[in-house]
Write a protein that binds this ligand. Structure first.
Ligand code: C5P
Ligand code: ZN
Length: 482
């Protein structure tokens, strides 16, 4: 496939054109609906456009979804209101949006690979169309932020949300966990305005806010077997190291520790991870750039951008997107308390799934070109992506082939999440295209990024679908001479 040449000018123009339409519609009092994805990036993107439009006093409603399907499009076409803005999704469904929503002004702010070019009736902003890699350089929230900033310079204060979206989509898989490309420019907006600061440190959730054993237990990327989700074990681990965990009666946080104490914790963790088969790269990912929202209270999970993104993700995955978006748009108090409750329940559920996965024989099946994780009847469809991401990005299972995770979904369907682990050569295997093509064969729908993609299709086709994906990965490997 020929690469699209990079053109900043064209990308800029498409942002300006789209934001102009949004402003016109808002100012003429049209009802505007935002539809966004349920993950952290999607909620951050919806919060950004939502806030930008609220500042224009637009007539606005916001809704989230797992993915665009026929039922959603039907509902939208029957609703009043003439403008629909899709954020962090849409580029995989352009044809359906064009044909089934002919009377609506449709705008798409996305960073997933576009499936069918850009139909003329739809205004699409997508970095891939201008040669930029939407899976690494900019998130859905980043695209939404650039549009919001073009709508009004004041919206530069929404830059931290775009950083949160990028971290939620794991776009920090670079040396020292830095952000690159557009994400780096957006981060500069966030630091120039004094809203964020960056430091190099141990990357534990709640580095400034939580007791150290809790911060370690909350860290799930990488997912550390025996420690992630297990506060008591973490406490034991740290006490055995001889770390003094309290100052008088108060628990210390990571930021209270001396460099020597941090080194001690890191080197012991490195030994522990290596004994569990984790690679050096994964261990090193525990040290790197920490992104802090300096105006947030020190004791809440919004202070650390990765933790903020976990909170948003938890809200989306636990069916509480509204709470996440309210937080993104500035609500605190009672809403924040509810969000923290959701986060606790989410982490508990995640830990139960991971225990199930590690302790149940034959859940993971190895095929010629794939590993298949079958969570049917166990894993909630909203949590499948997180499980697939964790499994593919840590050394627990030492995957040398792409991973296809699946579970039962509503209405007799299966939900599929595909991930290509960073340990294996990727960049030439495109899981987004493979899952799109394979699910289409069975009346399903799929797509996404090269290393992270998803699909939904009728449950009765499961075995045949797995066979086809296995075959397509094999054919791709052969074609690319990998
Ligand atoms: O659902 P899951 O998180 O596994 O999907 C991985 C990525 O693929 C996500 O970014 C999701 O938005 C995208 N995706 C897509 N089209 C689909 C399903 C998933 O673009 N039909
Ligand atoms: Zn995204």
């Amino acid at each position: 496939m020929a690469e699209t040449p990079r053109s900043l000018k064209d990308f800029d123009l498409s942002i300006k054109k789209a934001s102009k339409i949004v402003i016109e519609q808002a100012e003429t009092g049209q009802k505007i609906k935002i539809i966004s994805h349920i993950d952290a990036d999607g909620l951050a993107a919806a919060s950004i456009i939502g806030k930008a439009l609220a500042r224009k006093e637009a007539l606005l409603t916001i809704q989230t979804c797992k993915q665009i399907d026929d039922r959603l499009i039907q509902e939208l076409s029957a609703e009043e209101g003439s403008v629909i803005i899709f954020t962090d999704l849409g580029s995989g469904s352009l044809e359906a949006l064009k044909t089934k929503l002919p009377k609506k002004e449709v705008l798409v702010f996305d960073h997933h690979q576009p499936i069918n070019g850009a139909p003329s009736t739809i205004t699409q902003v997508n970095p891939h169309l201008h040669g930029f890699d939407g899976s690494k350089e900019i998130s859905g929230a980043g695209v939404a932020y650039l549009a919001a900033k073009s709508m009004d310079k004041k919206n530069v204060d929404l830059a931290p949300l775009a950083v949160i979206g990028a971290l939620g989509d794991a776009q920090d898989k670079n040396e020292k966990r830095e952000l690159v490309g557009f994400n780096k420019k957006i981060l500069k907006d966030a630091t120039d305005t004094g809203l964020m600061k960056t430091e190099k440190d141990l990357i534990f959730y709640g580095r400034e806010t939580r007791p150290i054993h809790k911060a370690l237990a909350y860290t799930t990327n990488p997912y550390i077997p025996g420690l992630s989700g297990k506060e008591d074990n973490c406490l034991g681990f740290l006490v055995n190291l001889g770390i003094n965990l309290k100052i008088e009666d108060r628990w210390k946080s990571i930021s209270d520790l001396t460099v020597k104490e941090k080194q001690k914790i890191f080197s012991e963790l490195a030994k522990f991870l290596s004994s569990k088969g984790f690679t050096n790269n994964i261990t090193l990912s525990l040290i790197g750039t920490v992104y802090t929202l300096v105006n947030e209270d020190r004791w809440i999970p919004l202070r650390d951008a990765r933790e903020y993104s976990s909170l948003l993700n938890a809200c989306g995955r636990m069916n509480k997107s509204g709470i996440g978006i309210a937080i993104g748009m500035g609500s605190r108090g009672k809403i924040l308390e509810e969000a923290q409750e959701v986060l606790i329940n989410y982490k508990k559920t995640l830990s139960e799934y991971m225990d199930w996965l590690t302790n149940t024989p034959k859940v993971i099946e190895e095929l010629e070109h794939l590993y298949v994780i079958n969570g049917t009847g166990v894993i909630n469809e909203l949590m499948l992506s997180t499980i697939a991401s964790i499994v593919s990005s840590n050394g627990l299972f030492n995957y040398s082939k792409p991973i296809l995770a699946l579970t039962s979904a509503e209405n007799g369907m299966i939900k599929v999440s595909g991930r290509i682990s960073p340990h294996i050569s990727h960049g030439r295997l495109n899981f987004g295209t493979i899952l799109h093509n394979a699910s289409s064969k069975f009346g399903g729908k799929g797509g996404g990024h090269d290393v992270a993609a998803g699909a939904k299709l009728p449950q009765e086709c499961t075995n045949e679908f797995i066979r086809v994906v296995n075959q397509m990965v094999g054919a791709s490997i052969q074609e690319q001479g990998m």
